[in-house]
Design a binder for this molecule. Structure first.
Ligand code: HAM
Length: 435
C-alpha cells in the first residue's frame, strides 16, 4: 500500500542513524552553557500570538509572513514559537525569576517554527540552541555571551566561521539613525518594493533585510548605524570589543548586521560560515535587548542572548568532517535457540544491562544464522550462542567479532566476567586514544 502521506514540506525526520549527532551537539551545548552559569529552561511550543507580535515586532518578516498562527478551540489566537527569546523571557517574567539574584542565566535547545521557503539549511521546523542572560547591562555581559558561543564551537571542533559584530544603538541614537535612513530611502521610493514602501514609515531598518536585489542594492549604500551612536552606546560598543580582544576572540566589525527581529538594542552579532559550500550561512545570531522585558510588562531589565540553528551547526560539522562520537555499540549479542536458552539469555542480558553494559539478545525466534547476521549488522562487539548443549555444560563460547577470537566462558557469574572483559577493553581504548 502506498504511504498515505509524507512529512510536511520543510520538516525533517531525525532517524536512528543520525539522532546521536543531535544528542551530542545538544549535550555539548548545554554543558558549555552550564560552565558559564546557565541553567536549562523548557517552555511551551506555542504561546499567545500577541507575545511574538509585541516581543519580536509586528513589522518583522518573522511576524508578518512566517508564523504558524491558528485559533484554538477556545477561540484564542495561538502561535507556534518562531524563536526562543520571547517565550523564555515571558516564562522568566511570569515566574518571578527577574526579581532578584540577577543576572538570571537560562539556556534551551528546542524546535521552532517558521513558514519560510525551505532550502538547504532552512526548514519550517528547526532546532535552536539559545542562551538568555537577564539583568546585565555592562559590556562584560556581551563579551561573555559571545565567548560562550565561541567556546561552544571550539568544543565541537567547529571552525571556518566568523563572528560579525555591530552595535545598533539605543532608542535615542537609533531615532536619529532611523530619520536619516528614512530620508535616504524616501529619495528612492520609485525603486523600493511594495513591502519596503510599507516599511519606510514604520520601521525603515527592516528594509535592510529585504531580499529583493533592487532594495538590497539601495540598502548597501544606505547610512550605517554606527555613524549615529551616542556617546554611551559608543563607549559600550568599544568596551565589548576591548574585552573580546583581551579574551583573544576574533571578530569582524560589520555595520550592516542589523538582525531581523525588533527587540535588539546596542550589541548585535552573527556567526557566519566561511566554508565555500556554506559561505554566508548564519549559524547563529544574537545580541542585546534592553527593552524587551519592559515591552512584555516587566521592569527595566537589560538583557541579551543568542540563538544558533542546530541543523546548520550539523551541516557545518559534516562539511568539516569534524569528529562526532558514535553511540555506544552493542557490547554483547546473545543468540539463542529453544525456550530454556531464551530464558537464560533474558536473565544474562538483564544482568549485563544492570552493570551498565549495552546488551541485546534475539527476541524474534529466527534461525541462529539469521541471528548472527543481525548481530553483525548491529556492530555487536561480542556474541554468545546459547543452546541446549551450552545450558547443559554451563559453558558457552564468547566470540570477539572484531578479532574473530573465541573463548569458552562459564555461564555462572558470566555477567561479572564479561563486564571485566568489557571495561578492560574500554580502558585500553581510552589509553590508546590518549597516547
Ligand atoms: P535568528 O537570527 O532569527 O535569531 O535565528 C537564530 C538562528 O536560528 C539563525 O542564525 C539560524 O542559524 C537559525 N534559524 C533561524 N531560522 C531558521 C530556519 N528556518 N531553518 C533553520 N535554521 C534557522 C533568533 O531567533 C533570536 N531569538 C536569537 C537570540 C536569542 N537573540 C537573543 N537571544
Amino acid at each position: 500500500m502506498p504511504l498515505i502521506t509524507k512529512a510536511v514540506r520543510g520538516t525533517r525526520d531525525v532517524l536512528p542513524g543520525e539522532s546521536h549527532e543531535y544528542q551530542y551537539i545538544e549535550r555539548v551545548a548545554l554543558e558549555t552553557a552550564q560552565n558559564f552559569g546557565y541553567k536549562e529552561v523548557r517552555v511551551p511550543v506555542f504561546e499567545h500570538t500577541e507575545l511574538f507580535e509585541r516581543g519580536v515586532g509586528d513589522t518583522t518578516d518573522v511576524v508578518q509572513k512566517e508564523m504558524y498562527t491558528f485559533f484554538d478551540k477556545g477561540g484564542r489566537s495561538i502561535t507556534l514559537r518562531p524563536e526562543g527569546t520571547a517565550g523564555v523571557a515571558r516564562a522568566c517574567l511570569e515566574h518571578g525569576l527577574l526579581g532578584d539574584a540577577l543576572p538570571q542565566k537560562v539556556c534551551y535547545a528546542f524546535t521552532c517554527y517558521r513558514y519560510d521557503k525551505p532550502q538547504a539549511g532552512r526548514y519550517r521546523e528547526y532546532t535552536t540552541f539559545g542562551v538568555e542572560c537577564f539583568g546585565a547591562a555592562p559590556p562584560a555581559a556581551d563579551a561573555e555571551v559571545i565567548a560562550l558561543a565561541a567556546e561552544y564551537f571550539s568544543a565541537l571542533s567547529l571552525t571556518n566561521y566568523r563572528i560579525e559584530l555591530n552595535s545598533i544603538g539605543c532608542p535615542e541614537c537609533r531615532k536619529v539613525y532611523l530619520d536619516n535612513l528614512r530620508a535616504y530611502f524616501s529619495a528612492h521610493t520609485g525603486e523600493l518594493c511594495e513591502t519596503c514602501l510599507g516599511r519606510l514609515d514604520k520601521n525603515p531598518m527592516r528594509i535592510l533585510d529585504c531580499k529583493s536585489p533592487v532594495c538590497a542594492a539601495l540598502a548597501a549604500k544606505s547610512p550605517v548605524v554606527t555613524d549615529f551612536l551616542c556617546g554611551d552606546c559608543k563607549a559600550h560598543f568599544e568596551g565589548v570589543q576591548a574585552l573580546l580582544k583581551a579574551m583573544e576572540i576574533p571578530f569582524a566589525l560589520n555595520p550592516r548586521v542589523v538582525r531581523g527581529l525588533d527587540y535588539y538594542t546596542r550589541t548585535v552579532f552573527e556567526l557566519v560560515s566561511e566554508l565555500p559550500k556554506l559561505e554566508g550561512l548564519a549559524l547563529g545570531g544574537g545580541g542585546r535587548y534592553d527593552g524587551l522585558i519592559e515591552e512584555l510588562g516587566g521592569p527595566h531589565t537589560p538583557s541579551l542572548g543568542f540563538g544558533l540553528g542546530l541543523e546548520r551547526v550539523l551541516l557545518q560539522l559534516h562539511e568539516l568532517e569534524a569528529p562526532i562520537p558514535e553511540p555506544e555499540p552493542c557490547a554483547l549479542y546473545i543468540a539463542n535457540r529453544g525456550d530454556e536458552a531464551l530464558t537464560r539469555a533474558a536473565q544474562l542480558a538483564n544482568e549485563l544491562r544492570a552493570e551498565g553494559l549495552p546488551a541485546q539478545m534475539d527476541i524474534t525466534g529466527r534461525s541462529l544464522k539469521a541471528q548472527m547476521k543481525y548481530a553483525d549488522k548491529l556492530g555487536a562487539r561480542f556474541t554468545l550462542v546459547l543452546g541446549e548443549e551450552e545450558l547443559q555444560t554451563r559453558c558457552a563460547r564468547l566470540k570477539d567479532m572484531v578479532t574473530g577470537m573465541e573463548e569458552p566462558l562459564g555461564l555462572d557469574g558470566f555477567a561479572d566476567t564479561f563486564a571485566q572483559i568489557w571495561f578492560r577493553l574500554a580502558e585500553e581504548k581510552m589509553l590508546a586514544e590518549v597516547s
